[in-house]
Design a protein around this ligand. Structure first.
Ligand code: PLP
Length: 324
């Protein structure tokens, strides 16, 4: 006799921030909840965050709230106070878990480790009303990201078309903000998929390494030298592109750098060129939901060796697991 399939959880839980509901207003995600005139829909005008909750606990919540506030400032959006976001996030997570028990993941495997994607969304609201629309969305992460943590990814370098100093010269491009206008980022991923690759690293018009469409670039260099006493000394260096090159400051990279420094890694911030990636001992794309995805190939060229990638990924995963 076959065991009945477990009852599928709700696809999504939505909680709107609403001054009349202290802990947020839970709505039916299968029904329309936004006005078609909302500028999030008509212009992609707004900001967001995606964070991971594990076992019902959001990770790096303060860093995400800080970045949400920073993005909102850049877009001149007046968003609710942090405490209101925290309460709505709590409501969304407990509502999801209350309906389903621990999140089982798209594939139904317990290895999903009870993970939920929690998105914080802000739009400029309905034209003329001068009030942003804000909500929290909780859902189960797709299986692909979790698999890529294990299998690694093949990446294409794609030109973003801007030079690395444009962020300062043209702040209206909002390059340091996590805006809702991700159509270009998603188009670059589709382009990569059509070429048989999994992901993208953007480069600038002046030849610098920037970021992935949904992730931060990280590379490791190991330098071995004589320790003067007949042994060898290995310096381990973790490097990411410099933050003022028109990229989004990654909360995962930031947290991992703090943990890696405490564990004796040296840290570095670009400028990086594509050849630095190709010469690295390992390269990762790191982000809050997929976490560390080791890069196997860039434009068809293998990065490091499978053994080294595996060893360094395991080491950094162990460090990342210590992050709150
Ligand atoms: N860069 C971009 C463009 C992103 O969209 C993201 C995350 O979605 C990141 C970097 C990584 O940020 P975090 O580590 O905070 O998830």
């Amino acid at each position: 006799m076959t065991t009945p399939a477990s009852v599928p959880g709700p696809a999504t839980v939505l909680v709107f921030l609403d001054p009349e509901f202290e802990n947020g207003r839970i709505v039916d995600a299968s029904k329309p909840q936004l006005l078609a005139t909302d500028q999030g829909a008509t212009r992609g005008d707004g900001v967001f965050e995606s964070l991971l909750a594990v076992g019902g606990r959001p990770r790096k919540l303060q860093a995400h709230l800080n970045r949400l506030a920073g993005s909102a400032r850049l877009l001149e959006l007046d968003i609710p106070a942090e405490a209101a976001w925290r309460r709505a996030i709590g409501t969304a997570i407990s509502e999801y878990r209350g309906q389903t028990g621990p999140a089982a993941g798209e594939t139904g495997d317990e290895a999903a480790a009870d993970e939920l994607v929690v998105k914080l969304l802000v739009t400029r609201g309905v034209e003329g009303e001068g009030r942003p629309t804000c909500w929290v969305q909780a859902s189960v992460p797709g299986g692909a990201g979790r698999r890529q943590r294990e299998t690694g990814i093949d990446v294409l370098l794609l030109d973003r078309g801007y030079d690395s100093e444009v962020g300062e010269r043209a702040p209206w491009l909002l390059l340091g903000a996590k805006t809702l206008s991700y159509a270009v980022n998603m188009a670059s991923l589709r382009y990569a998929h059509h070429q048989g690759a999994d992901d993208v690293i953007f480069t600038s018009a002046d030849g610098r390494v920037l970021e992935g469409p949904t992730s931060t670039v990280l590379l490791a260099h190991l330098e071995t030298s004589d320790d003067g006493e007949g042994g060898v000394r290995t310096v381990r260096r973790l490097i990411t592109p410099q933050l003022d090159s028109g990229i989004l400051p990654g909360t995962s990279q930031g947290a991992l750098f703090t943990a890696a420094k405490a564990a004796g890694w040296e840290l570095g911030y670009g400028p990086l060129e594509p050849k630095d990636l190709l010469d690295a001992d390992a390269v990762w794309l790191i982000s809050s939901i997929r976490l560390l995805a080791p890069v196997n190939h860039i434009d068809g060229k293998e990065i490091g060796t499978p053994e080294l990638r595996k060893q360094l990924t395991a080491e950094l995963n162990a460090l990342y697991a210590t992050i709150g």
